[in-house]
Write a protein that binds this ligand. Structure first.
Ligand SMILES: CC(C)(COP(=O)(O)OP(=O)(O)OC[C@H]1O[C@@H](n2cnc3c(N)ncnc32)[C@H](O)[C@@H]1OP(=O)(O)O)[C@@H](O)C(=O)NCCC(=O)NCCS
Length: 333
C-alpha cells in the first residue's frame, strides 16, 4: 500500500514586540496610509536583539509537537526553512535539533526564501512517502528585522517584513490520521536572481566583507517591487491551477486558499485571477507583515485555531519569492 503524508499538528510563535506603521513613520519618510494602501500591513513583530530565527523556530516546534501529541524524542528528522539563519553557516536545523534536546537525527536546511515552507513540505513529503522517516518536524522561521534599511532609501522593503515562525509535524497516514498532503508543485526562474536578493556577503568577493559594500548598502535586501508584484500575481495562480489539474479538481473545490502573505494586494489579485472568492482567502498580513518562509505555516496555524479550516476542507497553499521561486500544495483537511 502506498504511503501518504499527513499533517498531525501545527504551531506558531511570533516575538511579542509589536511595531506599528506609526512606529516606522518615526524612522523614515513613510506613512501609515501609504503602507496600508500598498500592502495591507498595519503592524508586524520584531524580535529583540539577541533572538535569532532558531529561537523562534524552537518555540513554534514545541507548539506543533504538543498539538500533534508527539513526544520530542519521537521526531526522526528535521527540515528547517529560513533565509535568515542565525549564522552564515551552519543553518538553523542543527540548532533546532540541539535546542529541543533531540537525538542526533538528521537536520536538512532549505533555502528557498518565501517559497521555503512549500519546498520544505515537498521534500518532507517525499521522505514520508518513501518510508524513510515517520515523524518529521518541519519548521520555518525568520528574523528579518535586524537587517533592513530603515532609511528613506530602504523604505520599500523595511515596511513589509516581520519576524515569526511556524511549524508542522508530518507523519505517514490516511485521512483519519490528519490532513492529507495531496501533492506539491515547485518552480523556479533564476533569471530574476537580482530582482529580489541580498547581494552581499558573497564569497565571490575576496575578501568577502569590504567596507565599501557597507557604505553602498549592499548588505541589505533589495527588490524590484513592480516586477516582483507582477510575477507573484501571475505565478501563484498558475501553480494552484497545476495542483488542481494534477488532482482532477477545480477552483470551485477549493475551500481555503493560503497565499504567501507578501502583500495583501497580491493575495487579492491571486484570488481574483483564480476566480476564488476573497472570503476563502486567509489574510493575516495586517498583523504580521511578510514573514517570508514562516508566513504560510503561521497563517495555517491561525486558520485552524480560529476554525476557518475544518475537517474535509480542501486547502490550497501557494508561495512566491526570491529566486524567483514559486510553489503550491493541496491538502485535504
Ligand atoms: C513595494 C510595493 C508595495 C511598492 O508599491 P508600488 O505601487 O509598486 O510603488 P512604487 O514602487 O511605484 O513606488 C511609488 C512611490 O512610493 C515610494 N515608496 C516606496 N516605499 C515607500 C514607503 N514605505 N513609504 C512611502 N513611500 C514609499 C517610492 O519611492 C515611489 O516614490 P516616487 O514615485 O517618488 O519614486 C509593491 O511594489 C510591492 O508590493 N511589490 C511586491 C513586494 C513583495 O511582495 N515582496 C516580497 C515578495 S516575497
Amino acid at each position: 500500500m502506498s504511503l501518504h503524508t499527513v499533517i498531525t499538528g501545527t504551531g506558531r510563535y511570533v516575538p511579542s514586540r509589536v511595531v506599528t506603521n506609526n512606529d516606522l513613520e518615526k524612522r523614515m519618510d513613510t506613512s501609515d496610509e501609504w503602507i496600508r494602501q500598498r500592502s495591507g500591513i498595519i503592524e508586524r513583530r520584531h524580535a529583540d536583539p539577541g533572538t535569532g530565527s532558531s529561537d523562534l523556530a524552537i518555540e513554534a516546534a514545541r507548539r506543533a509537537m504538543a498539538a500533534a501529541d508527539v513526544d520530542p524524542q519521537e521526531i526522526d528528522f528535521i527540515v528547517a526553512a529560513t533565509l535568515s539563519p542565525d549564522h552564515y553557516f551552519p543553518g538553523i536545523g542543527v540548532q533546532v535539533q540541539s535546542g529541543l534536546g533531540l537525538d542526533s537525527i538528521g537536520a536538512l536546511d532549505v533555502r528557498n526564501q518565501c517559497s521555503g515552507f512549500i519546498y520544505a513540505l515537498s521534500a518532507a513529503d517525499q521522505y514520508i512517502r518513501a518510508g524513510t522517516y515517520k515523524k518529521i518536524l518541519l519548521v520555518a522561521a525568520e528574523v528579518q528585522s535586524s537587517n533592513l534599511d530603515y532609511s528613506d532609501e530602504g523604505r520599500d522593503m523595511a515596511v513589509l517584513f516581520g519576524d515569526g515562525a511556524g511549524a508542522v509535524i508530518l507523519e505517514p497516514g490516511g485521512p483519519e490520521d490528519g490532513a492529507l498532503v495531496l501533492s506539491t508543485h515547485l518552480y523556479s526562474d533564476g533569471r530574476f536572481v537580482r530582482d529580489l536578493w541580498m547581494e552581499k556577503p558573497s564569497p565571490r568577493d575576496n575578501p568577502t566583507f569590504q567596507v565599501e559594500f557597507f557604505d553602498q548598502k549592499r548588505f541589505f535586501p533589495k527588490m524590484e517591487g513592480k516586477n516582483v508584484f507582477k510575477n507573484a500575481s501571475q505565478r501563484m495562480p498558475e501553480a494552484v491551477r497545476a495542483a488542481l489539474d494534477r488532482n482532477g479538481l477545480t477552483v470551485d473545490d477549493v475551500d481555503i486558499l493560503i497565499p504567501h502573505q507578501a502583500n495583501d494586494r497580491i493575495s487579492q489579485m491571486v484570488a481574483r485571477n483564480l476566480g476564488i472568492p476573497v472570503e476563502k482567502v486567509i489574510r493575516n498580513i495586517d498583523r504580521y507583515g511578510n514573514t517570508t518562509s514562516a508566513s504560510i505555516p503561521i497563517a495555517l496555524d491561525e486558520a485552524i485555531e480560529t476554525g476557518r479550516i475544518r475537517k474535509g476542507h480542501l486547502v490550497a497553499l501557494t508561495a512566491f519569492g526570491s529566486g524567483f521561486t514559486w510553489a503550491s500544495a493541496l491538502i485535504r483537511w
